[in-house]
Design a protein around this ligand. Structure first.
Ligand SMILES: Nc1ncnc2c1ncn2[C@@H]1O[C@H](COP(=O)(O)OP(=O)(O)OP(=O)(O)O)[C@@H](O)[C@H]1O
Length: 302
C-alpha cells in the first residue's frame, strides 16, 4: 500500500495567489509536500517565499486558491500544535538563560515535550545556562529551533534561518535540523543559497517572481540548467546561421549582439564544430555553468 496516499499531505497549495495592491507576490502556486520531506524553498529576494510561508502558517490568506496543512486549514493546524516556525529574528530576552527561555515558552503551552529533550534535540544542552545575550547568532537560532520543537510539530517552517551566521554556525544549525528531520518531521525552509538547499534538502522548489520554476532534487535542478556556454565572434552572422544554431540538438538559449554570439547548450561540441567548420567564427570560448549560473538561468535573472 502506498502510505503517502492515505496520509494527508503536509502542505497542499492549489492555485495560490497573493496580491498586495497591485503587487502580485505569489502567482498561482501548486505545491504538495509529503510528510517526512525536507524541502528547500529557494529563490532570490522578493520571489514570494515569505509570502507563501505566511500563508502556510495561516498568518495571511491567499487572494485566491487554497492552502491546507495536514488536511486542515492552516490556522487550525497551528492551533493544534501541528506546525511551528523558526523565524529569522525577534523575540528573545537577553537576560534569560537558554533553559529559562525554553522553560518560559513551554509554560505558555498546555502540553509540550520536556525542556531537556528539546534542548538536546536542538544541540544546545551544553549552553543551557548561558544568557541569551551572550549566545552567538547561530546559537540563538538553535534556541529558536528548540522553542519551535516544544509542541512536537509535524511540520516545521524556517524562513531564512541562517542569515548572518558564519560557516560553522550554519553547519551546526543544519546538522541539528537534519538529525531531527531523520525522525520523520516535515521541514520546509526558505533560503537564498543554492548550496545550502543542495546540501541540506531532499528536494528543492525553486521560486521566482511568484511562480515555481523548478522542483526536484539538487542534482535534477542542476541538470535542468546544466550544459555549457559557447561564445564566439561570427563575422557575417545572419538569420540563416542563427536558425541553424537554434536547430542544433541541445541548444536551449541563444543571444546575439552584433557579431557576438552566446549559445547555451547541452552539446557544446556540436555548437563549436558547427561554428568552426561552417562559419567564419573566431575567438571561440567554452565555459561550463556552475551552480550559481544554474540558479540564475532558472530564475530568469541572467
Ligand atoms: N505586506 C506587503 N505589502 C506589499 N508588498 C509586499 C508585502 N509583503 C511582500 N510584498 C512584496 O511581495 C513580493 C514577495 O515578497 P516576499 O517577502 O514573499 O519575498 P521573499 O522571496 O521572501 O524575499 P526575501 O528573500 O527578500 O525575503 C515582493 O515584491 C515584496 O515587496
Amino acid at each position: 500500500m502506498n502510505v503517502a496516499a492515505v496520509r494527508p499531505a503536509a502542505v497542499e497549495l492549489r492555485g495560490v495567489t497573493k496580491s498586495f495592491g497591485d503587487v502580485e507576490a505569489v502567482r498561482g502556486v501548486d505545491l504538495t509536500l509529503h510528510q517526512g520531506e525536507v524541502v528547500a524553498f529557494l529563490g532570490p529576494n522578493g520571489a514570494g517565499k515569505t509570502t507563501t510561508i505566511d500563508m502556510i502558517l495561516g498568518l495571511s490568506r491567499p487572494t485566491s486558491g487554497s492552502a491546507e496543512v495536514l488536511g486542515l486549514r492552516p490556522r487550525e493546524a497551528v492551533a493544534r500544535g501541528l506546525v511551528s516556525a523558526v523565524m529569522q529574528t525577534g523575540g528573545l530576552i537577553k537576560d534569560l538563560t537558554v533553559r529559562e527561555t525554553v522553560a518560559y515558552t513551554a509554560s505558555l503551552f498546555a502540553d509540550t515535550k520536556p525542556v531537556d529533550e528539546v534542548l538536546a534535540d536542538a544541540g544546545i544542552t551544553g549552553i543551557a545556562n548561558r544568557k541569551v545575550g551572550k549566545c552567538s547568532g547561530g546559537e540563538q537560532q538553535r534556541l529558536r529551533f528548540a522553542m519551535a520543537l516544544l509542541p512536537d510539530p509535524a511540520l516545521l517552517l524556517l524562513d531564512e534561518p541562517t542569515t548572518g551566521m558564519d560557516v560553522e554556525g550554519r553547519r551546526n544549525f543544519w546538522n541539528a535540523i537534519r538529525a531531527d528531520a531523520e525522525r520523520g518531521r516535515t521541514v520546509l525552509f526558505a533560503t537564498h543559497y543554492l548550496e545550502e538547499a543542495d546540501q541540506y534538502a531532499d528536494r528543492i522548489v525553486l521560486i521566482s517572481r511568484g511562480r515555481i520554476v523548478a522542483d526536484g532534487s539538487g542534482s535534477e535542478i542542476r541538470a535542468l540548467a546544466s550544459g555549457r556556454m559557447v561564445r564566439a565572434s561570427v563575422p557575417g552572422l545572419d538569420g540563416t546561421i542563427e536558425a541553424r544554431l537554434r536547430s542544433l540538438g541541445g541548444v536551449d538559449q541563444l543571444d546575439v549582439r552584433g557579431e557576438q554570439v552566446v549559445v547555451h547548450s547541452k552539446d557544446s561540441d556540436a555548437v563549436a564544430r558547427f561554428l568552426l567548420t561552417e562559419t567564419a567564427a573566431r575567438d571561440l570560448e567554452i565555459t561550463s555553468t556552475n551552480l550559481e549560473d544554474a540558479f540564475l538561468s532558472l530564475t530568469g535573472d541572467k
